[in-house]
Design a protein around this ligand. Structure first.
Ligand code: HSE
Length: 313
């Protein structure tokens, strides 16, 4: 049996919620990816972040999503090795693009192989979601499910953790705009309402169900039209200057629907290519942020595959 001493894994960015599916929906997209190398080493866990411009990401094991996941794995499986984690960040943090989740996902996929753990998909998601505690203060699993499994994912239940995967329509693209402001997931969660009315519950369940129906039927327009959320977004909209204008310009440009990407501040539109030009929609969203006084970068992205081991040495 060959023992590995080093494993490299990749995990993509992801968009959580998609409107009505707070803490439930996620979709992996190629708006950058993290690469993590896990190496057996002497004593303790050491984290190195390789790229410049990511100074705000904590290096301490317990405050880093990949570090926290690794610590739990070593404890749970009573593995007495040290680890060196080398993280090549490709996803900017605090943008609502699942940056912390991608690192956590790459970490668990790398360790699964390095330590020969044979974890199931649900176990991979559970471990990666523990990392979210480090960044969001709560172990939600929507971003990690998408980043780990790829495509569109549904967290069917948290206790016990159960995750479903839906293959997105082949020609689905998403217009994403990333403003030059940061939103901290922890604070974006602290302002949410604690109580939901029956009327709002009906609205969100109807829209969430229709979004999945649209995905399964390949109806991109229906997916987009189902992105409306009346529970979470109204409170978070105030954290994003230009929120209303971005929505308005995107809809006027022919988007089927617009929502905050995860806990924001990025925003995402689903555009049916038969109805409108996704590039035009993304440029209009960028323009809206500019008019609101916020620099922004827009891109049209495709769904991405799940996290995987890249090469084994
Ligand atoms: N569902 C989470 C939230 C995603 O909206 O807080 C955080 O990225």
């Amino acid at each position: 049996l060959m023992t590995l001493s080093e494993v490299k894994a990749v995990a993509y960015s992801s968009i959580a919620n998609l409107g009505p599916g707070f803490d439930v929906f996620g979709i992996a997209v190629d708006f950058g990816r993290d690469i993590l190398v896990a190496r057996k080493a002497k004593g303790g866990i050491r984290i190195e972040i390789k790229d410049d411009g990511f100074e705000s990401i904590p290096r301490e094991v317990e405050r880093n999503t990949a570090g926290l996941v690794s610590k739990r794995v070593l404890e749970d499986f009573q593995v007495s090795v040290g680890l060196e984690l080398e993280i090549w960040k490709g996803i900017r943090p605090k943008k609502g693009l699942g940056s912390s989740s991608a690192s956590a996902s790459a970490a668990i996929v790398a360790l699964n192989s390095l330590l020969d753990l044979n974890l199931s998909d649900a176990e991979l998601v559970r471990y990666a979601s523990l990392g979210e505690e480090a960044s969001a203060g709560a172990p939600h699993a929507d971003n990690v499910a998408a980043s780990l499994l790829g495509g569109l994912t549904i967290v069917k239940s948290y206790h016990p953790l159960s995750v479903l995967r839906v293959e997105p329509p082949k020609d689905l693209v998403l217009s994403i705009v990333v403003p030059e402001i940061e939103v901290d997931t922890k604070s974006a969660r602290s302002i949410l309402p604690e109580v939901v009315t029956i009327k709002d519950l009906v609205h969100n369940v109807g829209h969430a169900s229709s979004l999945v129906f649209g995905a399964v039927m390949g109806d991109i327009d229906l997916m987009g039209r189902s992105m409306e959320d009346v529970v979470v977004e109204p409170s978070r909209a105030k954290l994003i200057p230009g929120y209303n204008l971005v929505k308005r310009y995107a809809m006027e440009a022919g988007a089927s629907g617009v929502a905050i990407s995860g806990s924001g501040p990025s925003m995402v539109a689903i555009v049916d290519p038969r109805k409108a030009d996704p590039g035009h929609v993304s440029r209009q969203m960028e323009k809206a942020f500019m008019e609101a006084g916020v620099e922004a970068e827009a891109r049209v992205v495709k769904p991405a595959p799940g996290a995987r081991v890249l090469e084994v040495e």
